[in-house]
Design a binder for this molecule. Structure first.
Ligand code: DC
Length: 193
């Protein structure tokens, strides 16, 4: 199962803060090696999207254990470079800023982390995966054969986030400014920590 052409297939964990280049790096490494890339941040974003779209955000904020209802029967899966939430393609929707703003809160909830960790461990069972996130080498796959910690300064990360948002926005006048994005990134570093 973990051999291909006699090669040992391993788990590669790429950890680091938001917008440090983890997913770009992980995707390229996976492509080169013929491994599966698993974007764990996208999984947390999908749960956040579900919380917002189901109108449960306020309920969960005042009563965090209600998140269990959201998680019951949830399906998050990857199909090539698309991410599916309960069977629907949410690849673009999860990149919106309204998701970025709430995802630290949703991903801080223990039932959410437990469910995602379980899903991620199942996905990595056959090895040959590159996973990125901030807890992959420590919590999800402490036994990963290769662990990389990637970081970049906050201004660089804000610029990258801006370019990402600009690439899919029809009107750049509606985009948050660089200062605002940098502040959001610094706030998110603190919240994620
Ligand atoms: O890398 P990203 O910006 O797409 O991640 C979105 C959020 O998901 C991030 O703010 C923290 C959370 N996250 C997490 O808690 N654990 C992970 N393994 C990956 C992401």
């Amino acid at each position: 199962m973990n051999q291909r052409n006699g090669e040992k297939r391993i788990i590669i964990a790429i950890d680091g803060p938001a917008a440090s280049g983890k997913s770009t790096t992980a995707r390229k490494v996976a492509e080169r090696l013929g491994y599966t890339y698993i974007d764990t941040g996208a999984m947390y974003r999908s749960v956040t999207l579900k919380a917002i779209e189901s109108g449960m955000m306020d309920t969960i904020r005042s009563c965090p254990e209600k998140v269990e209802e959201l998680l019951a029967g949830i399906s998050v899966s990857f199909s090539g470079d698309r991410i599916l939430l309960d069977g629907s393609d949410v690849t673009l929707a999860i990149r919106e800023n309204r998701i970025s703003r709430e995802v630290s809160f949703i991903s801080s909830l223990k039932p959410v982390r437990d469910t995602m960790r379980q899903m991620q461990q199942d996905m990595g069972r056959g090895r040959g995966v590159v996973m990125d996130g901030r807890d992959i080498g420590t919590v999800v796959f402490p036994e990963a054969e290769l662990k990389v910690f990637l970081t970049a300064d906050a201004r660089q990360r804000a610029m990258r986030r801006y370019a990402e948002l600009a690439a899919k926005s029809a009107d750049t006048a509606e985009l948050p400014g660089l200062e605002e994005l940098e502040q959001e990134i610094l706030d998110r570093d603190r919240a994620d920590a």
